[in-house]
Write a protein that binds this ligand. Structure first.
Ligand SMILES: NC(=O)c1ccc[n+]([C@@H]2O[C@H](COP(=O)([O-])OP(=O)(O)OC[C@H]3O[C@@H](n4cnc5c(N)ncnc54)[C@H](OP(=O)(O)O)[C@@H]3O)[C@@H](O)[C@H]2O)c1
Length: 299
């Protein structure tokens, strides 16, 4: 496959999808797809609707599908299991069915989550044991996607700017610290995210690799706590930490009991890509630079 492969991305209006749209803006071979049309050249269809999905895939005739659409609200999935099933599992089954019919030799990349790991991390790919409805439906969807054959499931975590519909962790932190609102920094939640802006190239490289298994994709090294991420970002953006207090997620009460250490071992991805992934310091540098750029633009 060449760089000119026609790539359709579902969930393109989401947090991560917007970074793909920015990275591949103006490229005819990139087709962003969402429930609602976002730009000229984009497609709109509901993946929970089998017929709409079949018509859309037949019309787009992609070489590669990057499937990012999902119900990502972890507590929301716990509260409405049917919605979680429809958005994560049924949608993926519909996509696989549509691809099998219209583009059987295309490539499917399913974007999954580090939330499937119970910890302690860094977890290798076969250590998944999902605890929440969100993570379970993501794993069922992985299976559905891999049943397509020429498919890959990529378990990710990323930091990104939020969307109008959903404020991201980094934006929330920066706003709260700048306004000196009290924030609790979770010392007991460990993760190894990548910067969202690095994912388009990495995911496309994995799509073109021919790999057909599950692959972890996060930052290299030991990862960090959410508290360290917050402190690192604040330092880079010269934000005061006076209103921040240390805390533990395990002390709070959430609808879905999340795993505390979802750090992923990324050696498989590094072998496939034949490259080192950025480490936690580089991720914080890039996220801070992203926030700085958006601040300058807004000023
Ligand atoms: N955010 C993270 O930190 C994180 C971490 C690990 C893994 N992931 C995975 O990465 C992927 C992207 O995450 P994200 O944060 O960008 O998600 P997001 O912001 O919640 O966006 C998800 C998108 O999926 C679309 N969608 C949902 N149901 C659909 C349907 N039936 N038909 C068509 N589109 C539908 C939504 O459309 P509407 O806008 O119309 O609702 C939304 O634009 C997901 O697969 C997620 O599980 C995310």
């Amino acid at each position: 496959m060449t760089m000119q492969s026609r790539i359709l991305m579902t969930g393109a209006n989401g947090q991560l999808g917007r970074y793909f749209q920015a990275a591949f803006a103006g490229q005819q071979w990139f087709v962003p797809a969402g429930r609602h049309s976002s730009s000229s050249g984009s497609m709109a269809f509901d993946l929970e609707d089998e017929k709409q999905t079949q018509d859309a895939i037949a019309l787009a005739s992609p070489d590669i599908v990057i499937h990012a659409a999902s119900l990502t609200d972890v507590d929301g999935c716990e509260k409405d299991r049917k919605a979680a099933w429809r958005a994560n599992v049924l949608a993926t089954r519909n996509l696989v069915g549509a691809m099998a019919k219209a583009v059987p030799s295309a490539r499917l990349v399913y974007l999954s989550t580090d939330q499937v790991y119970p910890g302690p991390g860094p977890s290798i790919e076969d250590k998944a044991l999902p605890q929440t409805i969100y993570a379970m439906t993501k794993m069922w969807a992985e299976d559905a996607a891999l049943s397509f054959g020429n498919a890959l499931a990529v378990r990710i975590n990323f930091v990104a700017a939020g969307t109008p519909a959903r404020i991201g962790l980094a934006d929330w932190l920066v706003q709260s610290l700048a306004e000196k609102r009290t924030v609790t920094l979770f010392e007991d939640v460990l993760f190894n995210p990548l910067y969202a802006g690095d994912l388009p190239a990495l995911v496309v490289a994995l799509a073109k690799s021919g790999e057909r298994r599950v692959v972890n994709l996060g930052c290299a090294g030991e990862g960090m706590s959410k508290a360290d991420f917050a402190r690192g970002l604040a330092r880079r953006l010269s934000l005061p930490l006076d209103s921040a207090k240390s805390g533990r997620l395990s002390d709070g009460e959430l609808a879905a009991q999340r795993p505390l250490d979802t750090r992923m071992d990324v050696q498989r991805a590094e072998r496939i890509l034949a490259a080192s992934l950025p480490d936690a310091e580089a991720v914080m540098d890039r996220m801070a630079a992203d926030i700085g750029r958006r601040r300058d633009k807004a000023a």
